[in-house]
Design a protein. Structure first.
Length: 264
């Protein structure tokens, strides 16, 4: 479900619900003024809030890196999902953090309507096999789930995965979660080559991971199983019970809840 060009709500399948109803888009256009009971007070309070926000010591950090600034914090705190949540610290987190993004890929900022923080990052891959990829993002959650959680430390590949998921209508968090479960299952010999249609997969396998994103969106090969979500994967492969992390069918978010209990 996409709004404002690049804001994508991918969790819990709301886009799939729209698709099942053949609903392509919802357009809302206001034609009347919004009545305000005390406009002078609203202006006074909003101006004060704007000044306080701009004076906050973290404002510059949020404008420069947005949620990608959380990567180093999550790694230091031991809540960064790594290798399907088996680890909570990624030794190559410096390759996929906000500083790497800012120095090598960022070309601009964007903001939600009316927000002075402007924390959205517009990134461009300038060279290499992913050259030309442009995306607003990634947010921390995407960089974690399509990065450390599947063993990828190439930020350009994360941008490509982010672009594919947004373009194809796939949730980056759930996608990274399920791909990591498949990798762990194959590594532990819970899945065979036949289960994977003859194509092996391992941590950091960029080509295969990006391929699985496309196959999931198109319900091709094992992507047809991944497209069913955690419960669908476990129905086909019950032996992956210890590898598929979910709560009532919703794949675990991008924080290790052993260190961030509020995310459980």
């Amino acid at each position: 479900f996409t709004s404002e060009w690049s804001r994508n709500a991918g969790r819990i399948g709301i886009g799939a619900v729209m698709g099942s109803k053949n609903l392509k888009a919802i357009v809302v256009r206001g034609g009347k003024d919004m009545p305000v009971a005390d406009i002078d007070r609203v202006i006074k309070i909003s101006t004060q809030a704007y000044k306080e926000l701009n004076a906050h010591p973290m404002m510059n950090q949020w404008q420069r890196q947005g949620l990608m600034g959380v990567m180093d914090y999550a790694n230091e705190m031991g809540i960064l999902p790594t290798y399907n949540f088996r680890d909570t610290h990624y030794e190559k987190a410096g390759d996929i953090n906000g500083s790497t993004m800012e120095a090598n890929y960022k070309i601009g900022n964007t903001a939600c309507f009316g927000c002075p923080m402007c924390c959205g990052n517009i990134n461009l891959v300038k060279e290499g096999k992913y050259a030309g990829t442009v995306v607003e993002g990634p947010e921390y959650e995407t960089a974690a789930m399509l990065g450390s959680n599947v063993g990828i430390n190439n930020f350009a590949c994360i941008l490509r995965g982010n672009h594919l998921c947004d373009d194809l209508g796939v949730d980056t968090i759930s996608m990274g979660n399920l791909i990591a479960a498949v990798i762990e299952g194959y590594e532990k010999e819970l899945l065979t080559l036949d289960d994977l249609d003859g194509k092996p997969i391992g941590w950091g396998d960029e080509q295969r991971i990006l391929e699985l994103i496309e196959q999931t969106a198109k319900c091709e090969s094992i992507g047809a199983t991944l497209a069913l979500g955690a419960k669908g994967v476990l129905k086909r492969w019950p032996q992956l019970e210890s590898a598929v992390l979910h709560v009532k069918g919703l794949e675990q978010s991008a924080y290790d809840c052993r260190g961030a209990s509020s995310m459980a």
